[in-house]
Design a protein around this ligand. Structure first.
Ligand code: ZN
Length: 395
């Protein structure tokens, strides 16, 4: 059964996503503090949101027959999950507890999901070919040693393929806690493991020029080809961060797709050079949240402005707007949230263009905005954005 749009989903999108790459340890402490400080606000908003959401359901006009029930489900779509560490409980902002992870695998098995290689999902989207209705891809970033020790045996036993996005310098320099090249080769040879490019040094790319991004990508691609015998066809931006220059560098290199770290499901409207993923960590790894995200549908948004993930000083706060395709259904219950900043005011104008009022400039560093709309099936249609503001980040 599709996941019903339970109040906890709103709770979850309101909470600030704190997963990412690399600099997690510093951020974890503040993440807990933010969660505690925000608890009262969350509870208030959950109650406020749950009431109207339920009350509005019977009053919604019936969709036209052509859209009834599964219009958003009909086109190929999928959810991609993103993990980093497994059972490394000292790093809760990037690690998933093993009990949580095993729960995810059971939920995928029991929930009628089909776990597919990321490449297969991307190729289906590119070709407009069908995918099973509850398709899920699994990705793991950064190549921590716990991928080999904990995740791989469990995924292999479940028969689930996954893509590992590797930053090659960490392996070349033998950083502690990271995979070795031998371990990576062992996983690739064992089957079910695909390797993607995650740059060489895992830099913040958004405000660097295109030549820098090209060097990072090409160096990683060369090392992966040398060590594994083939070059990746998928890319993931470190921290999910990129501006137009980094994006152009990736796009010019014939990757089939590139992934960010904004939440959302992917579908035909998706940007192949910036596909969303749902992050799973200790805070965002509980069964209720997993059910919501694994069952999410794409919200068919397009003509997004600003299109560049790097916000220029004169464009902050962003004058955010996008159009939502008719297949998404009525927009009365569309809601957008700034992570850590609460619910945003929306205006819908002609042509189903949605304008989102971001009242304050976004802070230096990365910010995320989540927009959700319940589908007739009860699942959430989900569209996420990430922007990067140059300057010293407060984390
Ligand atoms: Zn990373």
């Amino acid at each position: 059964m599709p996941t019903r749009h339970a109040p906890q989903a709103l709770h979850l999108v309101l909470r600030r996503e704190r997963t990412g790459c690399g600099d997690m340890v510093r951020r974890a402490t503040r993440g807990r503090r933010v969660a505690l400080v925000g608890l009262a606000l969350h509870l208030t908003l959950i109650v406020a949101a749950a009431g109207p959401a339920r009350a509005a359901e019977p009053a919604r006009p019936a969709p036209p027959a052509a859209l009834a029930g599964t219009a958003a489900n009909a086109a190929p779509h999928a959810v991609v999950l993103m993990y980093h560490r497994f059972g490394e409980d000292r790093y809760p902002s990037t690690s998933i507890r093993l009990s949580q992870f095993e729960g995810h695998l059971r939920a995928l098995r029991d929930g009628g999901y089909t776990v597919l290689p990321l490449r297969q999902i991307v190729e289906a989207l590119r070709a407009g070919a069908p995918l099973p209705p509850r398709s899920v891809g699994i990705s793991v970033d950064d190549a921590y040693a716990s991928v080999h020790r904990e995740a791989w045996p469990r995924l292999r036993a479940a028969g689930y393929p996954f893509t590992l996005f590797v930053s090659t310098d960490a392996l070349d320099r033998g950083y502690g806690g990271m995979l070795t090249w031998d371990e990576l080769r062992e996983m690739v040879r064992g089957g079910g493991v695909d390797v993607g490019n995650h740059t060489a040094s895992h830099p913040h790319l958004a405000d660097r020029d295109g030549a820098f991004a090209e060097r990072e990508i090409d160096r990683a691609q060369q090392r992966l080809r040398e060590e594994l015998g083939s070059a990746p066809v998928l890319f993931a931006y470190p921290y999910g961060e990129h501006g137009a220059a980094a994006r152009a560098a990736v796009a010019a290199r014939n990757f089939l797709a590139a992934f960010g770290q904004q939440s959302g499901a992917i579908g035909p409207q998706g940007d192949l050079m910036n596909l969303p993923r749902f992050a799973l960590n200790e805070s965002y790894g509980e069964p209720a949240r997993f059910a919501v995200v694994a069952g999410a549908l794409p919200l068919a948004a397009h003509d997004v402005t600003p299109a560049d993930g790097l916000l220029a000083p004169g464009d902050n706060p962003p004058r955010l707007s996008f159009r939502v395709a008719a297949e998404a259904g009525g927009l009365e219950r569309l809601a957008c949230y700034l992570t850590g900043g609460g619910k945003l005011t929306l205006r819908v104008s002609a042509g189903r263009r949605v304008t989102v009022d971001v009242p304050q400039p976004l802070a230096p560093g990365r910010s995320r905005i989540n927009c959700t709309l319940p589908a007739p099936s009860g699942a959430w249609q989900w569209f996420g954005l990430q922007y990067y503001v140059p300057g010293p980040a407060v984390r």
